[in-house]
Design a protein around this ligand. Structure first.
Ligand code: SF4
Length: 158
């Protein structure tokens, strides 16, 4: 929903803190997710993720979420689906050239990023969208990958 999507950008700092806490929970629960089986969890978790993120961000479940790096403005809502900043067609009022009634997703992204603690992540170059990952739960990917990264780090230090 467009109104909620814009609210999310205005409250990017709050959502960043909320997601950070949620991510810590996801990672801490990795042993449980592993015991149940990530493949078994995929469908139900992806369904919940889709519902929540559709409500807040008009998420299209690209499977490679970049909200933390894009000011809580989903780049998949850009009609050109640009992942690394706006095209040259942003209107003088900050709206999209393709959808004149809509604020440019990247203007929103920049404004949202300025409200976030780690908003400078917007300067990182994003990989091109891999459409074979569409529909996949990014929450589960994050839980597994972050857990494995933390585990590997602990082994290196030991
Ligand atoms: S970047 Fe992808 S996963 Fe994240 S909100 Fe947008 S469509 Fe959904």
């Amino acid at each position: 929903m467009y109104i909620v999507r814009r609210w999310s950008v205005r409250n990017a700092r709050l959502l960043e803190a909320t997601y950070d806490a949620f991510e810590r929970f996801l990672v801490a629960m990795h042993p449980l997710w592993n015991a149940i089986g990530y493949s078994r969890l995929e469908r139900p978790v992806a369904a919940v993720e889709k519902w929540v993120k559709s409500f807040f961000f008009d998420c299209q479940m690209c499977g490679q979420c970049s909200l933390s790096s894009t000011g809580m403005s989903c780049p998949m809502n850009c009609p050109k689906q640009l992942r690394n900043g706006p095209c040259g067609g942003v209107r003088a009022n900050g709206n999209c050239e393709v959808k004149p009634e809509m604020r440019c997703v990247w203007v929103e992204a920049w404004e949202g990023s300025r409200r976030m603690k780690n908003g400078d992540a917007i300067h990182s170059v994003q990989a091109a969208v891999d459409f074979s990952l569409a529909g996949r739960s990014y929450w589960l990917v994050t839980a597994r990958e972050r857990y494995e990264q933390q585990h590997a780090l602990k082994e290196t230090r030991a």
